[in-house]
Design a protein around this ligand. Structure first.
Ligand code: SF4
Ligand code: SF4
Length: 458
């Protein structure tokens, strides 16, 4: 039995990596052989895999990565090449959708990444960058503090100067990527702890405020709460939620992820809600997998399964409830972008489209190659700025080709990534989360409230 509390402290012994020639994986949650064996090597997943699309390398395809996992299970050591191919995966889960054999690549890559993270000694620069990322992004308070200098940077015109000089990408590419992704910041009050349902109560729901969503897109959380209340939900926003652990789980920091998951379960259990509503695709997909994440923890395994069964994406819950709040017309053409962790990881495609279709005068257009990731993928775009920009520019070109006035999606990472690429291509399109579009329609706001172009902020 694995120590259930392990994960908040150091790994059992392998923080310094395996001894040369030792098998790639130790006995602590290696990729499961039965899941590896489900792959019949048919190759149906290849053309939906963004890294295979970019580089055409078998080992940068889902099939190739599963083959590497099998080699590791068969006793091969963890080579630099193996780590490179595992690191290059975006975790977009397009392969899960494409696979006719139902291979759970999501679980395979998460377990493999945890082994890599514990057992592979990275070069100092990479290690420092990862440490910095994971000391910042999963901490809402630290992100909120970052808003202060970032707002000053944007408001004083310094950002415009830096962008025009073109120096930053040459001097500090990682910083340039982070800088290009930052959305324009405005002052938004913190969400209330409780908002009563408008009209008869139909459900009591808790809302996840999130890390990046809470710090950089508080308007999306505010819109989410208003929409839920308008649709008859008593809305609870539990305090001190912290991070859901998605970023950590998707990047092999499973100990950190388990710590965050336990804390979030505690907070929402105390709130006594019937449903846990999430408006960030990556967070929702991770929270629905808490039972697997905490499967070795006797104190939390059962509670994690109960919690996971309550988790709903905002669009999923609204369609389950059915609309009661009247919609006002929004005369606008919309391109709807499937966030990977909503479409591939949660299978949610129809619900956001149904909600948008329910708004009078709103016209939804489809984007070419919807299954291919925009290159955001959590912090993949920060760790791999070059290929991420390539994927982002492809997506932005497909988005602009729809001729839509507004791009709508359900993940903060996608919004930032596509906005940066639209700017790079010199295009113009406004961006909004699904929650903001529904909120504008329910409140009867003019369509101009949504039509601030992504390119006009700099
Ligand atoms: S998760 Fe995405 S990038 Fe990774 S192997 Fe699957 S399709 Fe390719
Ligand atoms: S589609 Fe599924 S079974 Fe076929 S190669 Fe890809 S992962 Fe394996």
């Amino acid at each position: 039995m694995v120590d259930a509390t392990w994960g908040t402290g150091p790994a059992p012994r392998d923080v310094l990596g395996p001894v040369a020639g030792e098998p790639a994986f130790d006995g602590h949650r290696p990729p499961r052989r039965e899941l590896v064996d489900d792959c019949v090597h048919c190759g149906f997943c290849l053309t939906t895999c963004p890294t295979y699309v970019l580089w055409g390398e078998e080992m940068d395809s889902p099939r190739g990565r599963i083959y590497l996992m099998k080699q590791g299970l068969d006793g091969e050591p963890m080579s630099d090449a193996m780590v490179q191919h595992v690191d290059a995966c975006l975790g977009c889960m397009a392969c899960v959708t494409a696979c006719p054999s139902g291979v759970r690549y999501d679980r395979l890559i998460e377990d493999t990444r945890a082994q890599v993270e514990r057992r592979h000694p990275r070069p100092p620069r990479q290690r420092l960058l990862r440490e910095a990322i994971f000391a910042l992004f999963p901490y809402p308070r630290r992100l909120r503090l970052l808003r202060v200098p970032l707002r000053a940077y944007q408001a004083t015109g310094l950002q415009r100067l830096v962008t025009r000089s073109g120096l930053l990408p040459r001097l500090a590419p990682t910083l340039a990527t982070l800088e290009s992704l930052a959305p324009p910041l405005t002052r938004v009050p913190r969400p209330p702890r409780r908002v009563p349902a408008r009209g008869p109560r139909r459900a009591v729901v808790g809302v996840l405020t999130g890390c990046v969503q809470g710090a950089f897109f508080p308007d999306v959380n505010a819109a989410t709460i208003r929409v839920l209340a308008a649709e008859g939900c008593d809305v609870v926003v539990p305090p001190a939620q912290g991070c859901c652990g998605a970023l950590s789980a998707h990047n092999g920091r499973d100990g950190q992820a388990r710590g965050f998951a336990r804390r979030l379960i505690d907070r929402f259990e105390r709130a006594g809600v019937e449903r846990v509503v999430v408006n960030a695709a990556g967070c929702g997909s991770s929270m629905k997998e808490y039972a697997d994440l905490l499967r070795d923890d006797p104190r939390y395994a059962g509670r994690a399964a109960t919690f996971a069964a309550k988790v709903r994406d905002l669009s999923e819950l609204l369609v389950e409830l059915g609309p009661v709040a009247p919609r006002h017309p929004l005369p606008v053409t919309v391109a709807y972008h499937d966030a990977c962790h909503l479409a591939h990881a949660q299978g949610i495609r129809a619900q956001p489209r149904a909600l948008l279709d329910g708004i009078p005068e709103l016209d939804v257009r489809e984007i070419a190659d919807p299954e291919i990731c925009c290159g955001s993928a959590g912090v993949w775009n920060v760790l791999n700025p070059g290929p991420a920009a390539e994927l982002g520019d492809r997506k932005a070109a497909d988005v602009l080709a729809t001729g839509a006035q507004l791009l709508v999606t359900a993940n903060p990472g996608c919004l930032m990534q596509v906005a940066a690429s639209v700017r790079r291509l010199g295009g113009e399109i406004a961006l909004a989360h699904t929650a903001r579009v529904l909120d504008a329609s329910i409140r009867g706001l003019p369509v101009t409230a949504l039509l601030q172009p992504a390119s006009s902020s700099r």
